[in-house]
Design a protein around this ligand. Sequence first.
Ligand code: EPZ
Length: 429
Amino acid sequence: MDRIRIVGGKPLTGAIPISGAKNATLPLMIAALLTEDTLVLDNVPHLADVGLLERILGNHGVDVMIAGKRPGENGANGRTLHISAKNIVDTTAPYELVSKMRASFWVVAPLVARMGEAKVSMPGGCAIGTRPVDLLIMALEKLGAEIEIEGGYVVARAKNGLRGGEIEFPKVTVGGTHTALMAAALARGTTVIENAAREPEIGDVADCLNKMGAKISGAGTARIVVEGVARLNGARHSVLPDRIETGTYAMAVAMTGGDVLLQNARPELLQGALDALAQTGVTVTPTNEGIRIARNGAGLMPVDVTTEPFPGFPTDLQAQLMALMTRAKGTSRITETIFENRFMHVQELVRLGARIQLDGQTATIEGVERLNGAPVMATDLRASVSLVIAGLAAEGETVVNRVYHLDRGFERVEEKLARCGAEIERISD
Ligand code: EPZ
């Protein structure tokens, strides 16, 4: 398995292009199941999770062409996918595939909406917490689907189609909101989604669905209204920039010092995180081309942050901020409220010399003068990249093992950082 080797201590300068968002690409690809016509997606990042979803969709009979090539062939950055779900040959999503990527469970919504039935494996727990699907099931039931759990599978049936309904989420859920939107788009009548997730990726999917002929209003607010339509058509849509990748590189620059333009980044997608960064003393400047992040000699101030649904500070940047705070001048506190077990990076950061104490859902980080390189490993994507950030500032050599996790969600991470002056390389065995 590949590893990433980093020798810390180099400031970052130059420009980093921000890719299309993983967490918009995945539901957008799944939305292609709603129509017989071709959905064309531009600005698709080249990530392992995208490749895996191509395979999962392929199992349902979906044909995915990448910029005129077949899946698996190499493509350039920001690829174009032509996705055609003309013939859905199988409405079952098996355990072997769904267990590899949780978001693939979301196929349940378009399959039951268009085909009247779906049998999708429960995704099960994962490294960051239990992550149930009860609210996704509740949303489908409110739209008239009959749900049974059989042998670890969720079987959803709506022989006469779904009908509009009122869905009120007791807790903000991104996956629940995607599910409700896709199902409601093809339901008969009006659906109202209350306490909907407001994450920008929800707005991006709603925009795409509207281009496909759906009638969705209010996406981006807590109340979304969907007028169901009988059929959806093809469309062309460009994936919005990845706010988590943006925030991650912003924190890398904050960590090493330097001056980097994050090209194509959009500040309104991560204002909560940029505000926290500004409090650390880093200069954040929105420009016509993206966001410029700069830090000169001055040290980092500590900040206290609690993760929250959008527009709050995102859980997907919690590990990266923690890496940054290991070098702050003072003590910071980070509280995780979205996932109960998202602290796997803590013990690895401690191996690099960080001082972190965990008490329930709150980590207290006492900034240290220096980190020391070491071999490290993490079992999820954002935790892995937090170790890269720490390695960029650590003295000596850090080797991040199990790069597979990084490749799931960060496109060419070592290349993007090396171009800005980091000493970082991929080692393939
Ligand atoms: C999405 O996951 C993202 N994944 C996650 O990114 C992200 O961390 C998360 O939203 C929160 O922002 C994708 O977009 C592919 P949720 P999702 O439903 O939809 C609870 C990454 O690193 N809940 O908003 O699965 C749940 O346990 C990933 O890119 C229920 O209780 O998250 C959690 O506590 C990791 N019942 C909270 O809601 C349910 O039925 C929010 O989860 C569903 C969720």
